[in-house]
Design a protein around this ligand. Structure first.
Ligand code: ATP
Length: 230
């Protein structure tokens, strides 16, 4: 589904991504985990082409992110942050807009119902809490019908019931053959859903099957707090 080859990116003199290779299959949920400021958002932005890689190639279903940009974008959905939704719109308006742009099959009503958003579907997003915004954001992902979903911190601000609902929806999407790359600085936020975890460190990635190793031990080995602080 998604193939990234030799991707590098610098912010000025600071090298953030170094020669990254990764791939994601159809129907696979992958977690991207690293502490704050490591480069997760930068990697997602490079994959989508919001930032232009210094080197490397990204293809989605065989479509190149640069030379076949329109088709490439049609197959993916990425909204960086629920704080950057169109504030003046209501959920109904936003979802209708995304449906019109991406041409997904689900109706606005189906999505509102699946995400239990009927209570506030006609209120302006500007008045919403973080958790409500996350629901609208997931609604936009769902209604897009895109094949690859890139999600930055999907569980931010959610109560336990909503986490359960989101987890359920992600597994439904996987069953439908959608691929999901979700980033988080918290390992626990992705391990319940992802069958594979990619750690980003020093600009490079290592990938582990969730069931194959003790991921927390690996996380501590890679990013743990040093024993001697002072
Ligand atoms: N526009 C920018 N100009 C220069 N440096 C930047 C810019 N945006 C991010 N950086 C730097 O790039 C590095 C990676 O940032 P990025 O936001 O990708 O990290 P992250 O892993 O997503 O962090 P977080 O978990 O806090 O969201 C950081 O050192 C950050 O300071």
């Amino acid at each position: 589904m998604l193939t990234v080859k030799g991707l590098s990116f610098d912010y000025g003199r600071q090298s953030i991504l170094k020669d990254i290779d990764l791939s994601i299959d159809a129907g696979e949920i992958v977690g991207l985990v690293a502490p704050n400021g490591t480069g997760k958002s930068t990697l997602l932005r490079n994959i989508t082409g919001l930032l232009r890689p210094k080197r490397g190639q990204v293809t989605l279903l065989g479509n190149d992110s640069q030379s076949q940009r329109q088709v490439f974008l049609k197959h993916l959905f990425f909204l960086e942050d629920s704080q950057r939704l169109y504030e003046v719109l209501t959920p109904v308006e936003l979802l209708s807009y995304v449906k019109a742009m991406w041409g997904g099959e689900l109706s606005v009503d189906q999505v509102l119902k699946a995400l239990r958003m009927e209570r506030y579907h006609n209120k302006r997003i500007s008045t919403f809490s973080l958790g409500m915004r996350q629901h609208v954001l997931l609604g936009a992902y769902l209604i897009s019908g895109a094949d690859l979903l890139l999600f930055d911190e999907p569980l931010n601000g959610l109560d336990p019931t909503s986490i359960e609902l989101f987890t359920h929806i992600f597994s439904r999407l996987r069953d439908q053959g959608k691929s999901i790359l979700m980033s988080s600085h918290q390992l626990g936020n992705v391990t319940t859903m992802a069958e594979r975890v990619i750690f980003l460190k020093d600009g490079q990635v290592t990938s582990y099957q969730t069931a194959a190793i003790d991921l927390q031990a690996k996380y501590d080995e890679l990013f743990g707090v040093p024993e001697e602080l002072f």
